[in-house]
Ligand binder design. Structure first.
Ligand SMILES: [Zn+2]
Length: 425
């Protein structure tokens, strides 16, 4: 079984490659990259005008199964990923029950295998039940297949436990992924604390609640040598700590979400609960800082924090509404339109942020189109315009703040292990 992509532009930062070349896939593996003559017996894709990149990886996804199948399942989340151009996703453990055991890790992997669309890499809970009291069975979960440990959604408040966690995970060479939020400082706020929260009469969460835990994690990473990955950075001060930490050799990496690089708290003006998430949307200066960090290398990854919710949990007051937005089907067009076409980052840098770096952080054998690599490929039409329409989403949920946005550039084909799992009509 051979599949030839002919005449495309190949962007692969793992090999320092950006240029016109053909790519041949054989038996699910990248067989050759270069000038390749067509062969009648091969399946051929005319890739002229298109960009071929190593398959995109979203390292921050909530699939809701088990326990929240009304919002999303491994099946629907995988379909959404494929349609959004992602060949691999890493799923957070805050399901019901929480993924804090090898049995549940194996269950997720088995469901993903049955679904047979994209690669699903489970993330295990850092503490038992994500209760923040004692460390979970990370070692046995790691043997079962987790690629990171996190209490996302219920972050560790106990600094001593975080230190122990960072020491412990070194044994398995996995990162701790931390949702940085000091619960006391956040004080139950439902949006960013500032001029807008005052104007809307909503309780704000101090930006320092994020910064404090980012600073803590940078310090603890330096002390322990354990790898920490800061999830969904939203405040400009947090990036300053990460930048400084990296300069001093801390094993810290971080991600930014598309909503945090394209929206501010001013977009909440009509109390639309699709603009409610944690961490909250910040201010103009924060978005500018995220763009700067994406461009200068401080930010390692773009991740969606895809967080599906039913309309029941969103059709309520802003204070009562659940936190989170979906992102698998909007990340790539937003990144292309808002970052690449505006000149904030290059195509190479985009692929680094959304494929190569997350693969390295999670130690996946993905993110590259080197000969011999698994043929996970995302094919981009950089100039094709689309309008975000939540009614067309594969995701079960509709909590998306970008409905109606016109964007330039989308993923037109998603190839996993040499098999086309999505192709735009
Ligand atoms: Zn989170």
């Amino acid at each position: 079984m051979k599949l030839l992509f002919h005449g495309g532009r190949i962007v692969d930062p793992s090999q320092g490659l950006d240029g016109r070349a053909d790519l041949l896939v054989e038996d699910g593996i990248v067989k050759r990259v270069g000038g390749i003559a067509r062969n009648k017996s091969w399946q051929t894709v005319d890739a002229s005008g298109l960009v071929l990149a190593p398959g995109f990886v979203d390292m921050h996804v909530h699939l809701r199964e088990p326990g929240g199948e009304g919002k999303e399942t491994i099946q629907t989340g995988s379909e959404a990923a494929a349609a959004g151009g992602f060949t691999s996703i890493a799923c957070m453990p805050n399901t019901n029950p929480v993924n804090d055991s090898p049995a549940l890790t194996r269950y997720i992997l088995e469901r993903a295998r049955q679904t047979n669309l994209v690669n699903v890499f489970p993330i295990g809970a850092l503490t038992r039940g994500s209760q923040g009291e004692e460390l979970a069975e990370i070692g046995v979960m790691h043997r079962a297949g987790i690629v990171a440990a996190s209490d996302d959604g219920n972050p560790i408040q106990n600094h001593q436990l975080m230190r122990r966690a960072l020491e412990y995970i070194k044994l398995f060479d996995i990162p701790v992924i931390d949702h940085c939020e000091d619960r006391l400082l956040a004080a139950g706020g439902c949006m960013n604390e500032g001029a807008m929260s005052t104007r809307l009469g909503l309780r704000g969460a101090s930006r320092t609640a994020e910064e404090l835990h980012v600073a803590r994690d940078v310090m603890l990473s330096r002390v322990t040598g354990g790898r920490v990955h800061i999830a969904h950075v939203s405040a400009r001060e947090s990036l300053d700590w990460i930048r400084q930490g990296k300069r001093h050799g801390a094993a810290v990496t971080c991600e930014v979400t598309p909503h945090h690089f394209s929206l501010t708290d001013r977009d909440i003006a009509d109390y639309d609960t699709n603009f409610k998430m944690s961490p909250p949307l910040r201010e103009h200066e924060d978005v500018q800082a995220m763009l700067q960090g994406l461009a200068d290398g401080t930010v390692d990854c773009i991740a969606s924090d895809h967080a599906p919710h039913t309309s029941l949990e969103k059709d309520t007051t802003f204070e009562e509404a659940a936190n989170g937005v979906i992102g698998l089907e909007t990340s790539v067009p937003l990144a292309l339109d808002r970052l690449v076409h505006t000149g904030v980052i290059s195509f190479t840098r985009l692929v680094e942020l959304i494929s190569w770096n997350p693969s390295k952080i999670l130690r996946l054998d993905r993110g590259t189109l080197r000969e011999g690599a698994v043929a996970d490929i995302t094919v981009i039409d950089p100039n094709r315009e689309s309008t975000i329409d939540v009614r067309c989403f594969k995701s079960k949920s509709r909590n998306c703040p970008f409905h109606g946005w016109k964007l330039r550039g989308i993923a037109v084909m998603t190839v996993v292990g040499g098999r086309v799992v999505y192709r735009v009509a």
